[in-house]
Design a protein around this ligand. Structure first.
Ligand code: NAP
Length: 298
């Protein structure tokens, strides 16, 4: 059966996956006046959505048939594949699938190809928000895939996030950006936690450090732009602080961790990386020049 986005279908969506993020997505669609069908392996997670008007599909087939637009947000692409493979995949013909589960660029490309072969259309997206922010102006969603499919799905995507950014027709582009963002966040989370550990070890408050770090957010934003430009242009000269100075600071952080009797894992990793850059002759350059070491892992 050919499904088109006629008026009656326009605000119909099926959400696969009702974990923390999928539930937030389903709630946002309901709040925006969509007829929402939901499917989740653990059906008990659907209860609060059913009380808001969602309809529970008894199996993936019913979930696919219910709406022309399928939004999936499960743990990853492997789980997505498992769910769809348990269904009659011929039903995916003429369906638009917005994949919001996180995955690698390779997985996104392969998913896109698979859905196209089945006669459907796919967009691969990534969510840069917490579940509670979904549907608000604070949520950002990046999307890659066919521009025309994106345009057709723009209204639905807008129900999920204040900022919906189309990052290109190359289907892996959004996953590339998500991985880059995760790398940044991982550094920030681990760095923050080590900072809190230092505070704790001296009988000081972690939330005091949280407030101090929050006050640096505009400085960090400027630093991101600065580092991005330096790496893009390959210009690492004229630094305000050198790799050499930072390597010394990081060796001090290792010393501090040992003196305080706390984990030295993060400081040791960071000091070793900056030391490698010094040893490679980049000591007088900007911090961003450590990418030259990372580009050539042993
Ligand atoms: P979650 O709460 O752990 O939910 C995982 C979902 O995947 C559940 O619906 C779960 O079903 C389903 N699932 C897992 N294994 C399955 C299997 N073998 N068969 C069928 N279903 C299975 O995770 P989440 O926080 O919602 O995250 C979902 C996606 O959003 C992830 O890709 C994550 O990277 C992305 N994301 C999350 C956040 C966030 O803040 N939470 C932010 C950005 C992106 P059951 O309920 O039946 O277990």
């Amino acid at each position: 059966m050919k499904i088109s986005n006629t008026d009656s279908n326009e605000k119909k969506v099926t959400v696969f996956g009702l974990g923390l993020m999928g539930s937030g997505i389903a709630r946002a669609f309901i709040a925006n006046g969509y007829s929402v069908t939901v499917w989740n392996r653990d059906v008990t997670k659907a209860a609060s959505l059913l009380s808001r008007g969602a309809v529970l599909a008894k199996d993936p087939n019913e979930a696919i048939v219910a709406s022309p637009l399928l939004v999936i947000c499960v743990s990853d692409y492997k789980v997505t594949h498992k769910i769809f493979s348990s269904a009659d995949v011929t039903l995916l013909k003429d369906r638009t699938i917005i994949q919001l589960s996180s995955g690698t660029p390779k997985e996104a490309r392969s998913f896109d190809g698979w859905i196209q072969k089945l006669g459907g259309s796919a967009l691969n997206g990534d969510i840069l928000a917490w579940p509670a922010q979904i549907g608000s102006s604070e949520a950002t969603i990046t999307i890659s895939g066919s521009k025309s499919v994106f345009e057709k799905s723009a209204a639905a995507l807008k129900a999920l996030g204040g900022t919906v950014e189309f990052v290109g027709e190359e289907s892996g582009a959004s996953a590339v950006m998500f991985s880059a963002t995760m790398a940044y966040l991982a550094g920030s989370w681990i760095g923050f936690t080590h900072g809190a550990l230092i505070m704790e070890s001296e009988g000081m408050r972690a939330d005091t450090f949280g407030n101090l770090a929050a006050g640096m957010s505009s400085l960090l934003a400027a630093d991101s732009i600065h580092m991005g430009e330096a790496i893009q242009q390959g210009k690492f000269g004229d630094p305000e602080s050198t790799i050499h100075t930072t390597a010394l600071d990081l060796h001090l952080l290792v010393q501090h961790s040992k003196e305080a009797g706390i984990s030295a894992m993060l400081p040791t990793f960071a000091a070793n990386l900056f030391q490698l850059a010094v040893d490679a002759g980049y000591g007088k350059e900007k911090h961003a020049a450590i990418i030259k070491v990372l580009r050539h892992p042993e």
